[in-house]
Design a protein around this ligand. Structure first.
Ligand code: NAP
Ligand code: HSE
Length: 456
């Protein structure tokens, strides 16, 4: 082996400007090139175990793509006694993440533990110790990404986060790199697999909300705190990240309007169906005359649209660019294997960048850090769109007249109005109204007035 190494050095050494220095650099590069990349994984839950398993199952294919062997040498968990869904016999297991983030033998840290404050410390410590980071943690990127990217850039390191948005769909790479020639006008997507799974199962199987949520948790789709899913927070984290790379703005989670799916009832799904729509929980980002609006809420989507037909845990993101037009990316939005696919894709990218000049890498948020814009955010009250309202009213003369008068006085025009049934034993009946485009502020005001009317 020693002899072979000397031949390799000789061939290149004579082409270097300074033979003595050149040979040293070449030897070091050559050694680095041949050495496997050592990876430390923080978290061996759904995503961590899925990633370790994928790295071992497809190791030869992955090495052929990355140009180096990749091996997981160390992993951190909370409970060392728990069995894992991956082979851990060759891995040095610890319950202390800093044992990995400060280990000089580790080249790349995979942060797959979730949460915000502790994960921030893990990533920041890894960067301070010269390690590239791959994370699936959208909460962390959306809320603390600006600071972490700044720290990484200062250190010439990479934080890769494809798995943070839409599970296995390579949407970060597409928006950041493949669509780099476009001005992005907007995007809309089903960004939370758990919400889409719940809405689909309730609609198609008539199952109970709590039972479907429990099933999503069992399948590893839901966040540690499932309120993040059903309350719309997880989708808002993902929209924050997508908006940054689409529009070239700093990450700003606080500017996203958030509604979850907890207020939806089975009958809303059925009434929407009768009107020709599916209810989907969407993240929407629009750029309009220098203003941006970012929102996450349930939406009525016409049944013949592609987004309306994205079912179960699948996600889809529709992106509108001025050159490409509409593009739709579709795939599994959560779960061990799809998310591991995104983590490993990022890891291979990071391994490839180990040999490239930091100044010429793809910027974290797609645009050069000093070129990020500061557009005006349009508040939800100023946004106009059609609305679906389900009212519970007394079935007596004059009630609908009162309701339509209140809407009319607030410039809300009705497209469809439909009373559902003949009222229960108290004479109470649901009425569904679909409006033309109306300002959110007018709808909110009218809703408040109608609720007062009911109380009287
Ligand atoms: P998970 O199943 O709850 O796994 C979390 C792992 O982190 C567990 O192995 C846990 O150890 C470990 N951990 C937590 N705190 C730790 C600490 N202080 N020290 C050491 N280990 C610690 O979560 P997950 O579903 O894999 O999600 C992980 C991340 O990926 C989250 O940021 C999530 O948002 C993101 N993500 C998840 C999915 C998905 O489909 N699940 C998809 C995309 C992105 P124990 O096992 O010992 O408790
Ligand atoms: N809990 C998330 C979801 C995981 O259901 O979409 C994927 O990010």
């Amino acid at each position: 082996a020693t002899k072979k190494l000397a031949y390799g050095v000789n061939t290149i050494k004579f082409s270097a400007r300074s033979p003595a220095r050149g040979s040293f650099v070449v030897i070091r590069r050559w050694f680095n090139y041949m050495r496997p990349v050592n990876v430390g994984v923080i978290g061996l839950g759904t995503v961590g175990a899925g990633t370790v398993d994928l790295l071992s199952r497809n190791s030869a294919e992955i090495a052929r793509r990355a140009g180096r062997n990749i091996r997981v040498t160390q992993a951190a968990v909370r409970d060392m006694s728990r069995s894992r869904d991956c082979q851990v016999s060759d891995i040095d297991l610890t319950d202390d993440p800093t044992a990995i983030t400060t280990n000089p033998e580790i080249d790349v840290v995979l942060e797959l533990m979730g949460g915000e404050d502790e994960a921030y410390e893990v990533v920041s410590t890894a960067l301070r110790n010269g390690k590239h980071v791959v994370t699936a943690n959208k909460a962390l990127v959306a809320t603390r990404g600006n600071e972490l990217f700044e720290q990484a850039s200062q250190a010439g390191l990479v934080i890769a986060f494809e798995a943070a948005v839409a599970g296995g769909i390579p949407v970060i790479k597409v928006v950041r790199e493949s669509l780099a020639g476009n001005k992005i006008d907007g995007l809309a997507g089903i960004l939370n697999g758990t919400c889409n799974f719940i809405l689909t199962q309730i609609h198609e199987q008539g199952l109970d909300y709590d039972a479907v949520l429990a099933e999503a948790q069992r399948l590893g789709y839901a966040e540690a705190d499932p309120f993040f899913d059903v309350g719309g927070v997880d989708a808002a984290h993902k929209l924050t990240i997508l908006a940054s790379i689409a529009f070239g703005i700093p990450l700003d989670f606080s500017s996203v309007y958030i509604e979850g799916i907890e207020q939806l009832r089975y009958q809303d799904i059925i009434y929407a169906d009768e009107l020709g729509y599916r209810i989907k929980h969407l993240g929407i980002a629009r750029s309009d005359n220098g203003h941006l609006d970012l929102r996450v809420h349930p939406c009525l989507v016409e049944k013949d649209q592609l987004l309306a037909n994205v079912s179960g845990v699948m996600n889809a993101v529709r992106i509108r660019g001025d050159a490409v037009g509409d593009s739709l990316l579709y795939g599994a939005g959560a779960g061990a294997k799809p998310t591991a696919s995104a983590v490993v894709g990022d890891l291979v990218d990071v391994v490839r960048t180990l040999t490239s000049d930091p100044g010429n890498r793809v910027p974290h948020l797609a645009f050069q850090p000093h070129q990020l814009a500061d557009p005006k955010m349009r508040p939800i009250t100023e946004i106009s769109c059609a609305h679906y309202l389900r009212l519970t009213v007394r079935d007596r003369p004059g009630v609908l007249a009162d309701v339509t008068r209140i809407l009319g006085e607030r410039h809300v025009s009705i497209r469809v109005i439909s009373q559902k049934g003949f009222g229960d034993e108290q004479g109470v009946v649901p009425v569904v109204i679909v409006t033309h485009d109306a300002k959110e502020a007018d709808i909110a005001d009218a809703t408040k007035m109608i609720e007062t009317l009911e109380a009287n």
